[in-house]
Design a protein around this ligand. Sequence first.
Ligand code: FES
Length: 256
Amino acid sequence: MRLTQAKIERIRRVNPDIWHLELGQVDESLFRVKPGQTLLARIVDDEGETLSWDPYLREQWWPLGMTGQKTLLVERAANPRYEPGQHISLIGPVGEPYRFGQRAKNILLLAYDTAPTPLTVMIPWLLRHSLNVTLVLLGRARRYNTDHLSAEVEVIRGDDDGLGWPDQVMSFGWADQMFTVVSPDDELLRFGELRQLALERKVAIPNHFIYGVFQPVTVCGTGACYSCALRMSGSARPHLTCVDGPAFDLLDVRLD
Ligand code: FES
């Protein structure tokens, strides 16, 4: 992980809610950033000085990967704060890449009450490797505009309330692996609801089947402050989202 600087070369408005920022002058250490790894970003001036302390902490950015023009693509919620030519201070890559089972063919992505960006960033990689992808959007995630996603992705929007969607049992049976993301306001509670749902809808939940992608407040991103610690079953040592995560097997995390 390194502290580096890049520049917003272009902004592509993929839909009214989602922008893709193309970062140029990216340090080589970020060329191989993988789905699941993030960047801690702050807008700075051309000398690297912070322009504003709002937000106080760096933002967690989810890169989609490098383009053919050696720019790094990042998905962000639409925000007029971002402009081409801006300099960005970056710390990263933070965390570990997502791990997919060697035999996995069908990947179920599920977002509950939050934007699915931590999940959608893996879709190009999954499709490139000929995996089948279904994206389930529940609660506030139902409002996420998916026009920019590949037509190869099946998108299911849930019922008006809670965790329901049609053919749930079939979805759980079809999936070889599942990655989920929930509203950061109470991740333990919401991941607990999803884990319970999986236990009720699937005959048996194997290890490495249902992963939660955690998004706690990331203060240092280096494993020094423990603000992102998670308690694990059968382990006295907490795991750190910024170092060991962001994805954890929900069977291993103590969600109580
Ligand atoms: S953010 Fe400081 S240890 Fe993870």
